[in-house]
Structure formats: structure tokens, C-alpha cells
Design a protein around this ligand. Structure first.
Ligand SMILES: *Cc1c(COP(=O)(O)O)cnc(C)c1O
Length: 353
């Protein structure tokens, strides 16, 4: 750390993104990107986007109206951002602090804790149950700002809409932030976005990074009450009004309009997830019933860290977390059938040695 850094940030531990190595070509199953490229229409939209000599539209009018129509809300209920991480950042800034505590699971998306620390938030990390599920009653009437990834990461497990509603309805004096980064892999009826019509304290956060093949474009969106969305706008206009660039706005709108293509991609990934789960279980792995585009798996013949390391030596990248509770597991992104086959060949080789 530089000697110029102010004391407040002395003990900051930043988020560690998954590796993006350039030393050789890997089968990359470590950061939950889509193995499928953006659709032709999405790429074509880049060329017809307005000229880059002008600033991007700070209100993202077209993109927000396309999202609003797709998800059955008004444009005033939609916020877009430079990746959904930015929405989470703004939400911790706006809805959590010293006087308003935050609460989230101990095993979940690592950024929640990082934002909590960055903004000096008092927070509680509630232990998951031994089967890695969230215990709903831990979040009932807590009168804290609740943050839950649903499906959760890296477990892939999720709560029902009814359970989410119980949490939202019992914390009406606080914001409840539901991070639906993986919702498009969870099947019909899994999203709680409909509840935003009924509860003004609910914010549903989504991303184009996973199911819409646009991780590199950096685009996230959130749906919530006009009050919550206006608050996010206040933070945005106080930090970076042009947070979503022109090319990304164009690609994002086209990606929503080309829904069939991305639904087909999600369908392929869901089918492949189920096949990969079966094949790993046949090899003795413990695998959760993930509803996301990754599996959370514990090998039976080797330590999690060693499995991760040996796969990497064999050109396959997966994600391993050193956290005590989950250090026996790895998180494996679901890619193409060919990528699964490569993973399994490497696994069989490691196991037979
Ligand atoms: C990937 C992920 C995000 C971040 O997505 P970006 O839009 O790429 O910033 C947020 N939450 C969860 C749970 C994720 O897995």
C-alpha cells in the first residue's frame, strides 16, 4: 500500500476475481462466463450505435424501455449500470451503514463483504445450514438490509419466491436486495421480480454477464420501486453519470430483443449442467443441485485445492475457495459438452494416477 493512502482504507481486502491467465489456452470453467458468443443481432447493434464522439445517454432511455417491456414494469422501475457489481456497490452505499446494518450468508458472493468493509457498514454473516441452504427464519424480521444471491453462489442452491416474500414482507423498514445473477438458469417461476409490484423495499439485481454472453461489455440492471431506483440514480449522478457506455447500451438492448437466442443458450447450459452433474456423481463427487450455470462439487479422491491445481496443470481452470467451510469443494462453470468432456478426461487421469 502506498504511504499516501488514508488510514480509513488501511485494512481493505479487495475482492479477488477469478483468474484470466494469458500464459496458455485453458478450458476456462472458473468465472461463470457463457461459452456461447453474443448473438449476431447483438454484435450488429454495435455498428449502428450512436457515434462515440458523443457522450453516452446518461438516462439509458432505450435500454431501460426495452428492459421494462420485457419484464413487465415501467422504465422508472429500471436502473442500469456498469456491471451488476456497480448496483451492489451503490446499494451498500445507499442502504447500509452504521445505523442500518446489513445481513447476508457467510457463504455467498464475496463482494458483499468487500462492499460492507469499504463503506464501513456493520454487517452480520449468517452461517448457511450444513446442507448449504439458507435458513429463511434467520432473515425474518431482522430489520437490517438483507442481501441474498438467489440462486446463491457458489452453492447454486436457491430459495422459493414464497420464502423471499416472507423475508421481504417481514423487513418493510429496510431494503431487501435479491441478486438474481443466475436466475435465467433456474427455470420458470424462480424469479421474484413480480414481487417488486407489491413491495417498495425490494430490489432485484440482474446481470448480462452470465446468461446474455456479455461479461466483457459490463452491464447490469435492477428492478425495484421508483423510490429505490431514484436513490440509486442519486448515487450514480454523484459518482459517474455516464456509467454505461454507448456500445454496451446498444448491445444490451439488442440482446433483450433477441431473447430467443439467449433462451436457447440457457437451455443448452441447463441440459449440460444436468449431464455433468450425473457424470461427476458417477465418479463419486458430492454435487449440490445447482440451479445456476455452475456446479459446486466435492471430489472424493483428492483435496479440493489439489484437484484445482492438477486440473490447471492439465489446462482446465475451475474456481477453488480457501474458506474453511468450503475448501473441499470446487466451483465448475458449465460450458459446452466438449468442455465437460475435457474436464472429465482430466479428472479420470488425475484419479487414476
Ligand atoms: C457474476 C456475479 C455478479 C456480477 O456480475 P457483473 O454484472 O459481471 O458485475 C453479481 N452477483 C453474483 C452473485 C455473481 O455471481
Amino acid at each position: 500500500m502506498s504511504k499516501f493512502l488514508i488510514n480509513k482504507y488501511n485494512s481493505l481486502t479487495p475482492y479477488t476475481p477469478g483468474e484470466q491467465p494469458n500464459d496458455k489456452r485453458y478450458v476456462k470453467l472458473n468465472t461463470n462466463e457463457s461459452p456461447y458468443p453474443p448473438s449476431r443481432a447483438t454484435m450488429a447493434a454495435l455498428w449502428s450505435a450512436r457515434s462515440l464522439n458523443l457522450y453516452s445517454d446518461p438516462e439509458c432511455v432505450h435500454l431501460r424501455s426495452v428492459l421494462a417491456e420485457r419484464y413487465g414494469v415501467s422504465p422508472e422501475n429500471v436502473f442500469v449500470s456498469n456491471g451488476s457489481d456497480e448496483i451492489l456497490s451503490f446499494s451498500f452505499m445507499a442502504f447500509c451503514g452504521n445505523e442500518v446494518e446489513a445481513v447476508f450468508p457467510d457463504i455467498t458472493y464475496g463482494f458483499y463483504k468487500v462492499f460492507g468493509d469499504l463503506y464501513g457498514v456493520t454487517y452480520t454473516q449468517v452461517p448457511l445450514q450444513s446442507d448449504f441452504t439458507v435458513n429463511v427464519s434467520d432473515y425474518i424480521g431482522v430489520h437490517k438490509t438483507v442481501v441474498i444471491a438467489n440462486p446463491n453462489a457458489p452453492t447454486g442452491l436457491m430459495l422459493s419466491v414464497d420464502d423471499i416474500e416472507r423475508i421481504v414482507a417481514s423487513n418493510l423498514t429496510n431494503a431487501v436486495i435479491i441478486d438474481e445473477a443466475y436466475i435465467d438458469f433456474a427455470g420458470a417461476g424462480a424469479s421474484c421480480v413480480e414481487l417488486t409490484h407489491k413491495y417498495d423495499n425490494l430490489l432485484v439485481v440482474r446481470t448480462f454477464s452470465k446468461s446474455r454472453s456479455l461479461a466483457g461489455a459490463r452491464l447490469g440492471y435492477a428492478i425495484g420501486s421508483v423510490g429505490i431506483i431514484n436513490t440509486l440514480n442519486t448515487i450514480k449522478y454523484s459518482t459517474n453519470p455516464y456509467n454505461v457506455n454507448t456500445l454496451t447500451q446498444a448491445a444490451g438492448a439488442a440482446a433483450i430483443e433477441d431473447d430467443d437466442y439467449y433462451a436457447e443458450c440457457a437451455y443448452k447450459i441447463i441440459s449440460e449442467r444436468e449431464r455433468m452433474k450425473r457424470l461427476l456423481r458417477e465418479r463419486g463427487f458430492e454435487v449440490t443441485d445447482s440451479r445456476a450455470n455452475f456446479l459446486f462439487a466435492k471430489p472424493c479422491f483428492i483435496l479440493g485445492e489439489e484437484y484445482y491445481r492438477k486440473l490447471k496443470e492439465n489446462g482446465v481452470l475451475v474456481r477453488w475457495f480457501s474458506t474453511q467451510k468450503i475448501r473441499d469443494y470446487v466451483r465448475i462453470t458449465v460450458g459446452t459438452p466438449e468442455q465437460t468432456d475435457t474436464l472429465l478426461r482430466a479428472t479420470d487421469m488425475i484419479q487414476s494416477k
